[in-house]
Write a protein that binds this ligand. Structure first.
Ligand code: ZN
Ligand code: ZN
Length: 155
């Protein structure tokens, strides 16, 4: 276990975030066995956070996560509503696009990350209100997520 001793640092350095400065970064690196022959060469998960001061000590506050895979870096975001589209849901209404109620929703609204539309209706939203139908946030972009059909093999 790794312990942070707050006395070693200025309080401001532990609690302050500005621009791209994050006081605490945890890096979890995958160590591959010597006989490993897969495609992954280098994968590290980075967790960024800061400490917040509370009575009696500090608490770690999670800010964001990134994932390095070989030469690519990804920002990990939660997607709201994606659970409803997984194969084990029985109520089909939750799988459907909130606009047409016909197609399976497969498109995430950014920046609010509501997964609520099919790709076709995302184009309609884009041309009409350009606002998320769930929370009315101004849309910056859409991200289509391909989800395997029910009964498809899972890894
Ligand atoms: Zn739709
Ligand atoms: Zn939204």
């Amino acid at each position: 276990m790794f312990k942070i001793n707050p006395a070693q640092y200025k309080t401001e350095d532990l609690t302050h975030t500005k621009d791209d400065y994050f006081p605490v970064v945890l890096a979890i690196k995958t160590v591959y066995p010597s006989n490993y022959t897969g495609r992954a060469k280098n994968s590290i998960q980075f967790t960024y956070g800061k400490l917040t001061k509370e009575s009696g000590g500090y608490r770690f506050k999670f800010l964001k996560q990134k994932f390095l895979y070989n030469n690519s870096i990804f920002e990990l975001n939660d997607i709201y509503g994606i659970d409803n589209t997984t194969a084990n849901i029985t109520d089909d209404t939750q799988r459907e696009c909130v606009i047409c109620y016909t197609m399976t929703k497969d498109t995430v609204v950014l920046p609010c990350r509501h997964m609520c539309l099919c790709i076709g209706c995302s184009q309609i939203v884009r041309m009409q209100t350009n606002k998320c139908p769930i929370c009315r946030t101004q849309v910056s972009s859409f991200m289509q997520i391909k989800i395997e059909d029910k009964g498809a093999k899972q890894e």
